[in-house]
Design a protein. Structure first.
Length: 456
């Protein structure tokens, strides 16, 4: 047996593939000889048969049984085989009925010598080994499939509706964040101790001349106590103002303010108020100052006269927490709940949840989410800084222009809270700027990647 492709010659007729080049010599599935690749005596003998003899054999094709009836695998062979070859295959594979022609006898005799009657187990093992040796190498231009190759996902698109929804949620989150910082700053700054220290160091004349219901504080207290009657006309409004300026009037107010703050903000103690006895005791304490200013030595009956005037004018009731809340239409006791750490924590949690929802609405688009979060931090920080500046510097400027005691009191009492708010607002502003810088860097990287993808 000889391989037509490489010219290798083999004595073993059972080879299905050429050992040298791997060409198929015999079909392992059907046992059919591949004539295109193989040259041996059987095929050479078939080629030497005259065409007339082959035609005689073809005339007996109707008499002979069909190849598919004896060897079904022949019907599955390649339909592109030439007709002459098919006729030769019929001769090789079919068992003749009746008498044989000389040509067929010659061919069948040769086939019986070449093809064994039945296959043994060793022949099957040999076929498997030869098939393994003759497996052609894979084609290089076909890439192997990689099971773990990453699958590129299409970029997620964020529509206008989601951008608008994310903006509204981010706006609400920024408002809550602003409220959290404001409440936390007030909680830290509005303590009884802080307010006491601030009120004690207030300018005495600013407090005495502060306008209250169309009159100064000094004039209000002068008429509420009916001080002219108590001193038998020895003290007028001007002398009374000088008397207050020479006393520890701001310290007296600071003590009472601390009690009010502890009760309103922390709920400590009973409801405070400025009683009639407190005011009378203040005048008793500065008796010598009164003698110096008024030139009159006040007696016990005079102090009792002051107490009677305060009771008649309901001065203590006007200065109670309940009365002040009634006047301003707000219960001051509710401030303790607004400034509690529980309330601050709940509002902060809501702000964080809304920030998370921003990411959900924007489908996890990192660059857009960072832009929204950066804006929340940036604008919240700016709003807090402006509020802190307005609470301290703005109120002080307003007092300079208008002389309003409320502006003066706001600029001083709100100073600790304004400082805390300014510090937190500055941190937020810096954090927002950093986050927006990260967003810009991501955007630049995306542009570079898109440009490189286009060039490639």
């Amino acid at each position: 047996m000889k391989c037509k492709l490489c010219g290798a010659v083999y004595d073993d007729e059972n080879l299905y593939f050429c050992i040298s080049c791997g060409a198929m010599l015999k079909n392992p599935a059907t046992g059919k000889i591949v004539k295109e690749n193989r040259a041996d005596e059987i095929l050479e003998a078939a080629k030497e048969i005259p065409v007339e003899e082959i035609e005689k054999v073809s005339e007996a094709e109707d008499i002979l049984p069909q190849p598919a009836e004896i060897f079904p695998e022949v019907a599955e062979s390649d339909e592109s085989t030439p007709m002459a070859d098919k006729k030769a295959e019929i001769i090789f594979s079919s068992e003749p009925m009746g008498e044989k022609s000389p040509v067929a006898d010659k061919i069948f005799t040769s086939v019986e010598k070449e093809v064994p009657a039945e296959k043994t187990h060793s022949d099957e093992l040999l076929i498997e080994k030869e098939c393994e040796k003759a497996v052609p190498p894979p084609v290089n231009n076909i890439p192997n499939r990689t099971e773990n190759a990453p699958v590129k996902k299409a970029p997620v698109k964020v529509g206008f509706e989601r951008l608008l929804g994310g903006f509204l949620v981010a706006l609400l989150s920024g408002i809550l964040l602003f409220a959290v910082i404001l409440l936390f700053s007030l909680k830290l700054g509005f303590t009884g101790t802080n307010l006491h220290n601030i009120a004690e160091n207030l300018n005495k004349w600013a407090v005495i001349n502060a306008e209250f219901d169309g009159m100064s504080v000094s004039d209000h207290l002068y008429y509420e106590t009916d001080f002219s009657k108590a001193t038998h006309g020895s003290a007028d409004k001007t002398e009374f103002a000088l008397f207050l300026a020479g006393t520890d009037f701001t310290g007296f107010c600071a003590d009472k303010l601390e009690q009010y703050a502890d009760y309103i903000i922390d709920g400590a103690g009973d409801e405070p108020t400025l009683t009639d006895s407190d005011i009378v005791d203040f005048f008793r304490k500065h008796h010598d100052r009164g003698v110096e200013i008024f030139g009159y030595d006040m007696q016990t009956a005079d102090y009792n006269s002051i107490r009677s005037s305060l009771t008649a004018n309901e001065t203590a009731e006007k200065l109670s927490v309940s009365k002040i809340g009634w006047e301003i239409k707000f219960h001051l006791e509710n401030i303790r709940y607004i400034l509690s750490y529980v309330t601050i924590g709940v509002v902060a949690a809501l702000a964080v949840v809304l920030m998370i929802w921003v990411g959900v609405i924007l489908k996890g688009k990192k660059r857009i989410i960072l832009g929204y979060i950066g804006n929340i931090f940036t604008w919240s920080g700016i709003a807090i800084l402006l509020t802190a500046a307005a609470a301290s510097a703005g109120a002080a400027l307003g007092y300079t222009i208008t002389g309003s005691f409320l502006c003066y009191l706001s600029s001083t009492l709100l100073l600790p809270s304004a400082i805390y708010a300014a510090c937190i607002g500055a941190v937020l502003l810096i954090a927002g700027i950093i986050i927006k810088k990260i967003k810009d860097s991501i955007r630049i990287k995306e542009k570079i990647q898109k440009a490189s993808a286009k060039t490639n």
